[in-house]
Design a protein around this ligand. Structure first.
Ligand SMILES: [Zn+2]
Length: 125
């Protein structure tokens, strides 16, 4: 698996807006910023456009916000799988990690696991 770039794709950046005010986003340091001053971390090239000033509708959003902030501040490696943000059990996190380490998955191991867990063959053992 190739290491994702920390750079946000230009095509994507041209189409994204701040979830606070709909303003365009520009690169700012290791993240993105709108003209209204809202800033957003980028993890492995993926802008984390989650708002931290509203109630979250799913629990893993909190873990995603915390992990993105930690990566942005350098407290957490950017190239990890970040399985703690998936809202899955310890055993399921182990399975995702094993799948990634095996190098046998033709697609991203997190995506492969989550698709399997929601609509594909059962990966629970
Ligand atoms: Zn904004």
């Amino acid at each position: 698996m190739t290491k994702p770039s920390d750079e946000v794709d230009s095509w994507l950046l041209e189409r994204l807006v701040s979830p606070h005010d709909g303003a365009a986003l520009d690169r700012s340091g290791r993240g993105l910023r709108c003209v209204g001053g809202h800033t957003f971390p980028v993890v492995q090239g993926v802008p984390m456009l989650l708002r931290d000033d509203v109630d979250q509708t799913i629990g893993p959003a909190h873990q995603s916000l915390e992990a993105a902030r930690a990566v942005h501040e350098g407290a957490l490696p950017a190239d990890g799988l970040h399985v703690g943000t998936l809202g899955i059990s310890e055993r399921e996190m182990e399975r995702v990690t094993e799948l990634a380490a095996s190098g046998t998955s033709a697609i991203d191991p997190v995506v492969a696991y989550l698709v399997g867990a929601t609509s594909g063959p059962c990966m629970h053992t």
